[in-house]
Design a protein around this ligand. Sequence first.
Ligand code: PRP
Length: 225
Amino acid sequence: MSTTVTPTISITDVPSNVTVLAQTPQLIALYTIIRDVNTPRADFVFYSNRIIRLLVEEGLNHLPTQSHDVTTPTDLTYQGLKFEGKICGVSIMRAGESMEQGLRDCCRSVRIGKILIQRDEETTQAKLFYEKLPTDINDRYVLLLDPMLATGGSVIMAVEVLINKGVPAERILFLNLISSPEGIALFAKRFPQIKVITGFIDEGLNDEKFVVPGLGDFGDRYYCI
Ligand code: PRP
């Protein structure tokens, strides 16, 4: 038996620090492929990567810029812009590593740090195992990468690691493919200064704290199944 679900959070109710990608037919078609239980891994990877690219492009729109004039080959001045500060990526392993290439494709030779946080499958509580971050991370804007936001435990722990390293919360942007309304609400309340760019806010969490309808275990589908 199958049931259909509709999001329980309307686009107008999302917290002000959260940006949801424009729900275009193209985006919905991409999500339809990666949500389909019958999609083979090669297609899951390809179409997830397309959404990741859209998230990164949108995330870059939220970084501060400053005026930057250049002279064109017609010897005229073009009054343009350039990014104001240095950036880096930080992926929450393992699934977040899938988003690194999308960031690299947009930001050549970008520095990338890693934080290994795993949800305990029995308790669903997040646990920190490892972190390796750029030494000057406190001087950078950080694009935090993890495709799924369920309870919010993992990303909250990752942000605490970054703040302990001296990164101001205002300089962190969290990019993810699918959020639960519960996770979004908890994260936005805890860190109202942090911008979240998400592709879709789903119906909610099931008893095992998986996002539903979701797409299953992103890390397994991207790397293993
Ligand atoms: C998944 C996902 C997030 C986390 C979300 O990772 O990639 O990191 O769960 O759940 P939360 O919001 O309730 O913390 P998981 O721990 O399954 O590890 P994986 O990256 O190896 O798949």
